[in-house]
Design a protein around this ligand. Structure first.
Ligand code: COA
Length: 164
């Protein structure tokens, strides 16, 4: 599978693609009314996940097909205690977003992106990565298999942390 995709750093040129994937991440549940990019932009608790990208210290990995089409990404954002993300644990722990373009799902790319991002994070000296995932999302199992551990949450969602 690694020879099906190329991985490269997520730069400011990828901001619109990351926004598109953020919409996918908020709309993971097929039985729920889909949020549009405009609706996400209009909600302060969601809009913080959108561009501008990247802020200081933020980075990520974009996967593209061998034909050059963007296929997915995993990236890290920092949030302050005054405006925490859903997976917030501390100001120095960045929060992960992961999504794969629908046509490229179920081919192992999500797993590869998590592993590429963990490697890049280790190189960057990051000690921990956090995330929030609704328990009903199959992504929760993917995170557990990649070493993320549940550290908190609420009735529907887990906060998970990977210690690098
Ligand atoms: C979650 C997501 C990134 C997974 O990406 P993917 O490339 O399809 O995942 P992979 O092919 O690497 O599969 C990873 C594991 O999930 C399982 N899986 C994949 N799709 C599945 C599905 N629809 N239902 C249940 N399990 C599924 C695979 O079987 C695999 O597990 P295994 O190795 O034990 O067999 C992708 O489904 C996605 O973009 N979803 C919408 C955005 C989202 O929910 N992001 C996470 C928000 S917290």
């Amino acid at each position: 599978m690694t020879d099906t995709f190329r991985f490269r750093p997520a730069t400011a040129d990828n901001a619109a693609f990351l926004d598109e994937l953020t919409v996918e991440a908020f709309n993971w549940a097929p039985d729920r009314a889909e949020l549009t990019l405009e609706q996400i932009r209009a909600d302060a608790s969601l809009a913080k996940y959108l561009a501008p990208w990247p802020a200081a210290g933020e980075f990520g990995v974009v996967a593209e097909s061998l034909a050059g089409d963007p296929a997915g990404a995993a990236w890290l954002r920092y949030f302050p205690a005054s405006s925490p993300g859903y997976g917030y644990v501390a100001e120095d722990v960045p929060e992960l977003t992961l999504a794969v373009v629908p046509d490229w799902r179920g081919m192992g790319l999500g797993r590869l992106l998590l592993s590429e991002l963990a490697a890049a994070s280790r190189t960057a000296g990051i000690a921990r990565i956090s995330l929030s995932v609704e328990r009903a999302n199959h992504a929760a199992k993917l995170y557990a298999a990649a070493g993320y551990e549940v550290v908190g949450g609420d009735a529907d969602a887990d906060t998970m942390v990977l210690t690098l």
